[in-house]
Design a binder for this molecule. Structure first.
Ligand SMILES: O=C[C@H](O)[C@H](O)[C@H](O)COP(=O)(O)O
Length: 226
């Protein structure tokens, strides 16, 4: 069992009967969804909010009951999601799979947010992974120049399939921004949020309470910060 599978599956132990849960996106939370599907078929009662079209399809295949995000009467009990980088304070870079906007909406409306990743995602400081920034297509070139002025090299994301411009589930573009070491993720996040044309960015600061990091040998280390 590899680190992604080990961490992804183990996180299901935090899901209890009757919970409403947020399901993240990516190759680690894939294992969470498969394991949750097993539990649901064994009788666990949950309702889930998916953070992407891909996750919605997988959750449906697994028979996991879904609820519309907009129909939630109160915050989700728990969200489980992956990350592209995790620092010791559990600040994250997310969005490598393009799902950062719905992921942030869902995580922000959750009582608890747990991250699953393999231990290659652990870093001393964020910034090795280019920061995904979701922007509106209108005038994206201008937004890109304004992002560059903050000290990065934005690159318009293209689809792996055919090389055309990548569109998010929300119809926006992604600029992958190489900032180098990000010493103050909170402050950079606020600068990005203040830029017209930026819909959301992949810095998740002060949101995760726990991270499950899987190793190659299938062991899982849990980091808790509150
Ligand atoms: O947009 C995608 C998400 O933020 C993913 O959770 C993140 O990219 C990590 O994905 P993976 O578990 O596949 O490495």
């Amino acid at each position: 069992m590899n680190g992604k599978q080990a961490a992804g599956e183990l996180a299901v132990k935090y899901i209890q009967d009757g919970m409403n849960v947020g399901l993240g996106t990516g190759s680690t939370v894939y294992w969470t969804i498969l394991k949750l599907g097993e539990r649901v078929r064994e009788g666990l009662q949950v309702r889930a909010v998916p953070t992407s079209v891909r996750t919605e399809e997988l959750a449906r295949e697994q028979g996991i009951p879904l609820i519309q995000f907009a129909d939630l009467a109160r915050p989700l009990d728990l969200t489980i999601d992956g990350a592209d980088e995790v620092n010791p304070q559990l600040s994250l870079i997310k969005g490598g799979g393009g799902a950062l906007l719905r992921e942030k909406l869902v995580a922000a409306y959750s009582e608890r947010f747990i991250v699953v990743a393999d231990d290659t995602k652990e870093v001393a400081a964020l910034g090795r992974f280019p920061l995904p920034v979701e922007v509106v297509p209108f005038g994206w070139e201008i937004t890109s120049r304004r992002l560059a002025a903050l000290g990065c090299e934005p690159i318009l994301r293209r689809s792996d399939r055919d090389g055309t411009t990548y569109h998010t589930d929300n119809g926006n573009y992604i600029l992958d921004c190489r900032f180098g070491t990000i010493s103050d993720p909170g402050s950079l996040g606020r600068e990005l949020n203040a830029l017209p044309g930026v819909v959301e960015h992949g810095l998740f600061v002060g949101m995760a309470e726990r991270c499950l990091l899987g190793g190659e040998n299938g062991s899982v280390r849990e980091i808790v910060i509150r």
